[in-house]
Design a protein around this ligand. Structure first.
Ligand code: APR
Length: 230
């Protein structure tokens, strides 16, 4: 029998149980910083040192974190389904949990890239980027992260995969950031969709999506049981 295709859209909430902070905390700050200061081209122009330091700290935190049960369940689903993870997260916890098909819509923390030629992307050898670290063409390296206002080059691929889904699962995203949030509208009519979040996002059209108001691990455990029965 043909294996069903599962597409999973994850956000910061899937990594919350691994100790990595989500973005939209109640104080509107991300680890004490205004999000635009550290995650926008304007912030980068204004203070490169601050931005590099900020991501150097994020790498340190991500190194210490371990995949949680939610990441592991998603990896285990590959035994029975063709699974693609579309993540907004820049950490590598899906990889470390064993998932094999991962699209990092917003880039990757452990990669750097040229500020001159964005096709020059490097796996980082150390966990820091410093002022003066240069690409092969001589320009400053920056984090390989999609910042606010920048294009999302993998969006088209993500939309195509979503269009092929039999089952679509959304975990741990506030669905406030576009174009990623639009993916929920790309599922075909035959597709069964689920959303897992301890706080169901507001002001989002969630018709035809089954809502599981739980944390990532608990919600995915429950969903695994639902899928086994169906
Ligand atoms: N399990 C699952 N979800 C959780 C958990 C948990 N244990 N704890 C919190 N959440 C949920 C929150 O309720 C919220 O809906 O995770 C979501 C996190 O939302 P955001 O912080 O807005 O993160 P995300 O949606 O991933 O942000 C999208 O915005 O800052 C940019 O580029 C950045 O990729 C990021 C994008």
């Amino acid at each position: 029998m043909k294996r069903k295709k599962i597409t999973v859209l994850t956000g910061a909430g899937i990594s919350a149980e691994s100790g990595i902070a989500t973005f939209r905390g109640s104080d509107g700050l991300w680890e004490g910083h205004d999000i635009m200061e550290v995650a926008s081209p304007q912030g980068w122009q204004k203070d490169r040192e601050l931005v590099l330091h900020f991501y150097n700290e994020r790498r340190k935190a991500a190194r210490k974190a371990e995949p949680n049960q939610g990441h592991l369940i998603l990896a285990e689903l590959e035994k029975d389904y063709d699974v693609t993870i579309i993540t907004q997260n820049v950490d590598n916890l899906h990889e470390r949990a064993g998932s094999s098909n991962i699209i990092h819509l917003h880039g990757q923390l452990f990669q750097s890239r040229s500020t001159l030629d964005e096709s020059l992307v490097y796996d980082m050898e150390s966990d820091v980027i410093n002022i003066g670290d240069k690409c092969e063409k001589g320009s400053q390296l920056r984090p390989h992260i999609v910042w606010f206002g920048e294009d999302v080059p993998l969006m088209e691929k993500a939309a195509e995969i979503t269009e092929q889904s039999d089952i679509f699962i959304v975990v741990g995203t506030s669905l406030q950031v576009y174009p990623a949030a639009n993916l929920i509208h790309f599922t075909p009519s035959r597709c069964k969709s689920y959303l897992i979040d301890p706080k169901i996002p507001e002001n989002v059209d969630l018709r035809n999506i089954e809502l599981i108001e739980k944390g990532g691990s608990e919600g995915l455990e429950l969903l695994r049981k639902i899928l086994t029965k169906s």
